[in-house]
Design a protein around this ligand. Structure first.
Ligand code: SF4
Length: 280
């Protein structure tokens, strides 16, 4: 991971603001500590860590041993779990969810292994421009799970996901995440990459779904416009709750959210005689 103190935007910060601006405020403005982790977060993080280990083994040319990759997954699970109280959702016990990850590693290892690996968990801090051609003040930060060179010599970014169901074509077509990756890689290399989602589907019989996303310069500019709008909202103190079962179940900030009583608009002096209203 890039250690940077430079302010930046990421897919997770932008999508968090779009999903629930108040949750963004608690996490990224007030910087309240997360006291809980969902079991889905622990599972996703442990799988990322184990499969990065797998990809590094392939890249180094060492023999791959499934047991080692599964052991890496279990060690990463334990490490994640030690970081905070884990909230188990749905009807699965801790053991069921932990074992599900072992099965997901197993199905991933049965897939053809990636070839021509260029980078693994590659962080990139890249500029982004809006539709007027103006670069935003803050760059974007992405961490690409896997970058490979395809047979036609094009670059491909691989993004690992875990999901309770398969992704639809329209979901991938409208997702912002591939646009973050494609824009960053384009800015860094001048090449137009494809993005491939590898979805580890957590069904009773786990399976792997691969689905591609193509992005163009129009998508990059639209992302620049969107980030600009989010930035305006954050700077103006526009933070409000978006309550829905999908957002709120497992939200680490449920208690401060219930205590929230609206934005406190107040005037502050920024220059003698000039006042500015700030919120929250
Ligand atoms: S509990 Fe729901 S509405 Fe409140 S901050 Fe969390 S996600 Fe947003």
């Amino acid at each position: 991971m890039i250690k940077t103190t430079r302010p930046h935007w990421s897919y997770s910060s932008v999508s968090q603001y779009l999903k629930c601006p108040l949750q963004y405020h608690f996490e990224r403005v007030q910087k309240l500590p997360r006291k809980t982790l969902s079991d889905a977060q622990v599972l996703g993080s442990a799988l990322h860590s184990a499969l990065a280990h797998y990809h590094r083994t392939i890249q180094s040319g060492d023999p791959v041993q499934a047991q080692q990759i599964q052991a890496a997954y279990l060690a990463a699970w334990d490490e994640q779990e030690a970081r905070g109280q884990v909230v188990h959702s749905g009807d699965k016990s801790r053991e069921d969810t932990r074992s599900l990850g072992v099965a997901l590693v197993e199905v991933y290892l049965k897939e053809p292994p990636p070839t021509n690996i260029v980078a693994i968990e590659k962080p990139m801090l890249a500029p982004i421009a809006n539709s007027r051609g103006d670069y935003l003040e803050k760059p974007i930060l992405v961490v690409a799970d896997l970058i490979t060179r395809q047979d036609d010599n094009s670059l491909q970014v691989g993004e690992l996901k875990t999901s309770g169901r398969s992704y639809s074509e329209s979901e991938v077509a409208t997702s912002l995440q591939p646009t973050f990756y494609a824009n960053a890689l384009y800015e860094m290399t001048g090449e137009e990459p494809a993005v491939e989602f590898t979805v580890l589907v957590k069904t009773r019989s786990p399976k792997v779904q691969k689905i591609q996303a193509i992005r163009t310069s129009t998508d990059y500019q639209r992302l620049g416009d969107l980030i600009g709008a989010v930035e305006t909202g954050v700077e103006a103190g526009v933070f409000y709750p978006v309550e829905s079962p999908l957002n709120c179940s497992g939200c680490a900030f449920y208690r401060p959210c219930r205590e929230w009583t609206g934005n406190r608009r107040q005037e502050v002096n920024i220059h003698p005689g000039v006042k500015e209203v700030v919120g929250c």
